[in-house]
Structure formats: structure tokens, C-alpha cells
Design a protein around this ligand. Structure first.
Ligand code: NI
Length: 263
């Protein structure tokens, strides 16, 4: 069984003690491909280094909505430039996060950065990885206004209603499902995992965050992905292998540069 990890942060300092040992052993344990997703500017730089060091690690460059303060517009030029590297397969993670940000002015800056980075993705022809927390209405409205349906992408760590998932599906987006689906009280995510077409789901961990059961609360890694796939399989009444295979195909369809660099 081969698993495609669509969203991890191995640049995070929580991996400083054992990053190389962990990553070096990963492929043997079934994790075929990892997309390491930038969220801070520094994290994007570390992401580039990881893609150089590990053949199976690909990267996304972009600034998370909670990490935009103090950055200049030259950062967007930098993202544009690095997106041309063969192993940079997406722009992300970008979006809106109102959970951590209550200030109206700061929320406005998040919107500006989101729009700007969507435009970079459109210009360079790469998919986007969307982060949206407590900002469902503004995210979808802003994406509609800016014709994000013309840009392929995934809404990562999907936490909204099935109705909202359907709105993203209509825009052509994939739905990223991670450890939360294994939590007993995660009714909405379980419903989304059951109803979204199998050809539109991506597996992700968001490591080091959001470890699935039975490792909830501990540092997460892609090695926990079988627990996520197992729960999706249980909910849908299909096999673990079917979930792994379908989500792998989906990820390779979305992040098409992965296959281009392998060929
Ligand atoms: Ni993330």
C-alpha cells in the first residue's frame, strides 16, 4: 500500500530532534510521497531545503494567514520565483484564519494576502492549498469574487459543513481530511468523509498537529495516516487499500508536477 501525504510541516521545530531519522524511514513504511507545506516565510525556505534533501518530499510555498504581519510584497515575488522550481508543486498554505485573529484591520490584511497569493497561483499555473478557520463565508465569497474556480486546489483540514464542502466541490476543489475524522465527536467531518465523492478526497496529517486516535494529543507524523484512511474506509464501507489508492491518484492528479519530476 502506497500513501500520499498531502499536507505536513516537517520544517516545524518539533521535528528538530529526529527529523532526518523520521523522514529517512518513511518510505519503507508506506509513505510514498509527502508535500511539505510552507506557512511562514522561514518555513518556506526550510521546505525548499527538505525538497532538495529528500527525493520523495515535494513542497508548497505560501504564507499562512496568521503569519503575514510584517512581510513585504517582495515575499510574493519570492514565492513566484520559487514556484518555478521542479519540486514546488503548489502555492500554500494560504487563506483566512479568524479563529486567531479578531481585529478587523488584520482580517482585511489577511484577505489582501489571500487574493495576492491566489493571483500568483493563477499566473504560475499551480494549485492552491487553502487554510480556512472560522471564516467560511468570507473564504468562499472571496474565492468566488476572484474566480478561484479557475485555479485547482484543496481545502485542507476541512472542518466546515457538508453544505460548504459541496460549494467547494462545485468550484472543482478537493477536500483534505486528516486526524480529526477519527475523533469520536467529529460528526461534521465524518459526514463530509462519507458524502464527498471518493475521487475528491485527499489524505493529510497537518503534522506535527492533529494526531488521529489512538495517538491523539501526541506529535503527529505521516506514519499515522493509515489510521485516517482506516476511519474513512470504515465510514464508507470500503477497504483501507481503496482509500489509499484513490487518495493517491487524486493527489497526483492535483499536484501534477509530482509526476512530471518523477518521469
Ligand atoms: Ni497546515
Amino acid at each position: 500500500m502506497k500513501i500520499f501525504e498531502s499536507h505536513a510541516h516537517y520544517d516545524d521545530k518539533q521535528f528538530d530532534g529526529d527529523r532526518d531519522a523520521l523522514l529517512a524511514a518513511m518510505q519503507k513504511q508506506g509513505i510514498e510521497t509527502v508535500v511539505n507545506v510552507g506557512s511562514t516565510f522561514e518555513g518556506c525556505q526550510k521546505t525548499l531545503a527538505l525538497t532538495k534533501k529528500y527525493q520523495f518530499v515535494y513542497g508548497a510555498v505560501g504564507i499562512h494567514p496568521s503569519e503575514i504581519e510584517g512581510l513585504g510584497e517582495d515575499v510574493c515575488d519570492w514565492i513566484w520565483e520559487k514556484s518555478q522550481l521542479p519540486k514546488i508543486v503548489a502555492i500554500g498554505e494560504i487563506g483566512l484564519d479568524y479563529y486567531w485573529e479578531k481585529d478587523a484591520g488584520a482580517r482585511q490584511r489577511q484577505k489582501e494576502w489571500f487574493i495576492r497569493q491566489l493571483e500568483v497561483a493563477r499566473e504560475v499555473g499551480l494549485p492552491v492549498i487553502i487554510h480556512s478557520r472560522d471564516a467560511a463565508e468570507d473564504t468562499i465569497r472571496l474565492m468566488e469574487e476572484n474566480h478561484a474556480e479557475q485555479i485547482p486546489g484543496v481545502v485542507h483540514c476541512f472542518s466546515y459543513s457538508l453544505e460548504m464542502a459541496e460549494a467547494y466541490l462545485r468550484m472543482g476543489y478537493y477536500i483534505g481530511i486528516g486526524g480529526v475524522v477519527t475523533f469520536r465527536n467529529a460528526k461534521k467531518v465524518k459526514e463530509v468523509a462519507r458524502e464527498v465523492p471518493l475521487d475528491r478526497i485527499l489524505l493529510e496529517t497537518d503534522s506535527p498537529y492533529l494526531s488521529p486516535e489512538p495517538n491523539r494529543g501526541k506529535r503527529n507524523s505521516s506514519l499515522n495516516l493509515p489510521y485516517v484512511a482506516e476511519e474513512i474506509a470504515r465510514i464508507r464501507g470500503i477497504s483501507l487499500e481503496e482509500v489509499a489508492e484513490a487518495t493517491r491518484e487524486n493527489a497526483r492528479r492535483l499536484f501534477r508536477k509530482v509526476e512530471e519530476t518523477m518521469a
